[in-house]
Design a protein around this ligand. Structure first.
Ligand SMILES: C[S@@+](CC[C@H](N)C(=O)[O-])C[C@H]1O[C@@H](n2cnc3c(N)ncnc32)[C@H](O)[C@@H]1O
Length: 361
């Protein structure tokens, strides 16, 4: 546990210090053209190419007929996927998945990444607007204005929301387990997870700390998804899901908790809503209760880390908020009446940064 605000080490993107070196030019070319590889992979997943091959090798014409695409165009895609090592072609011209594709790119595989990649496809399309958004400073996720926010827009398409929640679950793997080792839960019985998403964090925490009961709060559409996961995992004795808005004070509806989780929430919202959400979280805590915030933080000078920089641009493209530096988040927690703010940085936990604060006794 790190008590003070520490600088996070900068990342080097791989350039060397010789400005005009061939290696640097190659690096730039590789970054500039990486859209092609990304596009090939994401389109193949979107078109169900790999799922079409789970029952055996097929010719390109047969795949095209099954997934209803143009055979000649598909041929070019399968050639590219073969060159990438995701398909193999036999001497009769039949394609099959490589073991990597079978493991990670087919929907029924336990290690499937398809939802996460489908969500990347949505983000890929959003990033196509980056130049226009940087020019105008205005989000462009909605074709017709005005819209409330990204989530209300997404909720109009339940299937898209489920892809988002599956993708969130994947990006949150390990956070609940890391919480269980970073925080002393011996005196904590009841936890509220505000904006629980696909439930990954609460589920991991429930499994790691069997005496906990957790109430997950999210929008109705997410609760449908969450309830199915609770039932599938038979965790009804530890987990419940309540429909509600984190923008409202829920303290009259919910029993007060020993800890409140806000994971991947605060950076979504602008400063006004952020303070509002923290105020509501504070009202849901017993005196002395813990606030557990999981976020991807910038380094203090915003000069080194790529991951929060990319997420910050995602926020610009789709949401109202932004990623925080350690001192920015410490300041907003302080202004919202929390004390004893502590950090557990990603380097220590291996997953997102964890910020722990306390409601005064
Ligand atoms: C970025 S996701 C984080 C999910 C989860 N906490 C995690 O870290 O995996 C944000 C979540 O906030 C939920 N959300 C958005 N607006 C909300 C609102 N007004 N009330 C409750 N939940 C909301 C979304 O449905 C989504 O599940």
């Amino acid at each position: 546990m790190t008590d003070e605000i520490q600088p996070i080490a900068s990342q080097n993107f791989g350039f060397n210090s010789i400005g005009n070196s061939v290696a640097n030019a190659d690096k730039l070319e590789s970054i500039g053209s990486s859209y092609a590889l990304s596009s090939i992979l994401l389109s193949a997943v979107e078109l169900n190419v790999f799922d079409c091959l789970v029952d055996g090798a097929k010719t390109c014409d047969r795949i095209a007929a099954e997934i209803q695409v143009a055979p000649d165009a598909l041929k070019r895609l399968t050639i590219a996927l073969t060159a990438m090592g995701l398909l193999q072609c036999d001497s009769e011209g039949k394609y099959q998945n490589t073991s990597v594709a079978t493991t990670f790119l087919t929907e029924k595989s336990p290690q499937s990444m398809t939802s996460s990649l489908l969500f990347h496809k949505r983000c890929y399309d959003l990033f196509g607007n980056l130049t226009a958004v940087i020019k105008s400073g205005k989000q462009q996720f909605a074709k017709s204005a005005p819209v409330d926010n990204y989530y209300s827009e997404l909720a109009k398409q339940p299937e898209e929301y489920f892809i988002f929640l599956e993708a969130m679950n994947r990006s949150s793997v390990g956070i609940g387990t890391a919480l269980a080792t970073s925080v002393d839960f011996s005196k904590i019985d009841r936890v509220i997870d505000l904006g629980a998403g696909g439930g990954q964090i609460s589920i991991e925490l429930a499994q790691a700390v069997p005496h906990l009961t957790l109430t997950m709060v999210d929008l109705p559409i997410a609760c449908d998804f969450l309830q199915r996961r609770i039932d599938d995992l038979s965790l009804e004795h530890q987990l419940e899901c309540i429909q509600g808005s984190i923008l409202n004070d829920l303290s009259q509806q919910l029993e007060l908790a020993d800890a409140v989780i806000l994971s991947g929430i605060l950076a979504d919202w602008g400063a006004t809503e952020g303070v509002q959400i923290l105020h509501h979280a504070r009202n849901l805590l017993k005196p002395g209760g813990l606030l557990l915030v999981s976020e991807t933080l910038f380094d203090e000078t915003k000069t080194g880390l790529m991951q929060p920089a990319i997420l910050s641009l995602c926020m610009l493209l789709a949401m109202q908020g932004d990623n925080f530096t350690p001192s920015e988040i410490a300041s907003i927690l302080d202004r919202s009446g929390f004390v004893d703010v502590r950090f557990c940085f990603k380097q220590e936990t291996g997953v997102r940064d964890l910020i722990i604060a306390q409601k005064p006794l």
